[in-house]
Design a protein around this ligand. Structure first.
Ligand SMILES: Cc1cc2nc3c(=O)[nH]c(=O)nc-3n(C[C@H](O)[C@H](O)[C@H](O)COP(=O)(O)OP(=O)(O)OC[C@H]3O[C@@H](n4cnc5c(N)ncnc54)[C@H](O)[C@@H]3O)c2cc1C
Length: 279
């Protein structure tokens, strides 16, 4: 099948993109890398009358260091992050996450903002950046606002973005002194995850955040389990404890799913320097 007819407009700047969305009253869509929207158009799951193209907005592909944070433009591609094309990205855990997304042709075009707005539950940034405590910068004709990524995704392919709003940037910790792990199960490289988990402590002494991904909806944080890690003198968690915590958090999932997510969590914790005890 081919896409239904639509108009195409190259945005000149962020304000003009937001105005075009507002004027179209819900009949326009942004296009960034087109790696998710393209298939949706061709399958006619999405039939916008207008595509507002962000390709020319170089300002949305910038990386800035602000104190202990990086402010990443929404139009940064997965490949730009993987390659560490800005010095602040070199050594950042997002490089490892980006390198595991699909295959290089997709990563050359697909963008950070497009992935978060598309909100596929099995996508990598959705879970990895929730664990990192990322914050989104959103722009509409009414002005700019910031919103934690946690809670932004409401269900599969559903976010709280207004129809005239775009993601302009994502704020993430620089992770210079942080600890981090991310693991996903895919049937073969380049496919979306069947199960995933991310763990993060942004600085020594900061609270841990543990997130499970590739669920039916948004990623799920495990705050009680995270607290056990943060206790002074805490010992590594036992694998059985991880399985129980996952089963309790995902009662509607089957035992195979519990096991896959528990193993993802154990491997992510191992990367972060917390190998789980066998017992
Ligand atoms: C074969 C294949 C395999 C893939 N495998 C993986 C994988 O393993 N892991 C993974 O995470 N992803 C995977 N993807 C998805 C890929 O990462 C996409 O790049 C990403 O989901 C969307 O980014 P995009 O820039 O192409 O967005 P687009 O396709 O251009 O847009 C996607 C959606 O986001 C909206 N949008 C785009 N930019 C913005 C913005 N700045 N603000 C607000 N809304 C915006 C669009 O309107 C649209 O609704 C795969 C895709 C394909 C085709």
């Amino acid at each position: 099948m081919k896409a239904a007819v639509f108009d195409h407009q190259r945005a000149e700047d962020v304000a003009q993109a937001a105005r075009a969305l507002a004027e179209a009253g819900g009949r326009a869509k942004l296009i960034a890398g087109g790696q998710s929207l393209g298939p949706m158009l061709n399958l006619r799951l999405s039939r916008p009358q207008l595509l507002v193209d962000l390709s020319d907005l170089a300002a949305l592909a910038s990386v800035e260091r602000q104190g202990q944070e990086l402010v990443l433009g929404a139009r940064l591609t997965h490949a730009a992050i993987e390659d560490g094309r800005h010095p602040a990205l070199v050594g950042h855990p997002m490089q490892q996450v980006a390198a595991g997304i699909a295959y290089r042709a997709i990563r050359n075009k697909g963008t950070l903002g497009g992935s978060l707005a598309h909100a596929d539950p099995a996508a990598d940034w959705v879970v990895a950046l929730v664990a990192m405590g990322a914050v989104l910068r959103l722009q509409s004709p009414r002005g700019e606002r910031e919103r934690p990524l946690e809670g932004f995704m409401q269900a599969a392919y559903t976010t709280e973005l207004a129809e005239d709003e775009l993601i302009t940037a994502v704020r993430v910790p620089d992770m210079t002194d942080g600890r981090w792990g991310y693991y996903k199960f895919c049937r073969k490289p380049g496919e979306f995850a069947d199960a995933s988990a991310a763990v993060c402590q942004v600085a020594p002494g900061a609270p841990w955040r543990l997130a499970l991904g590739a669920l039916d909806g948004p990623p799920l944080l495990l705050p009680a389990l995270a607290q056990e890690l943060g206790e002074p003198g805490a010992a590594p968690l036992a694998q059985s404890r991880l399985r129980l915590a996952v089963a309790a958090a995902l009662p509607e999932h089957d035992p195979i799913d519990h096991q896959l997510h528990a193993v993802c969590l154990a491997r992510a914790l191992e990367q972060a320097g917390w190998p789980a005890r066998a017992a």
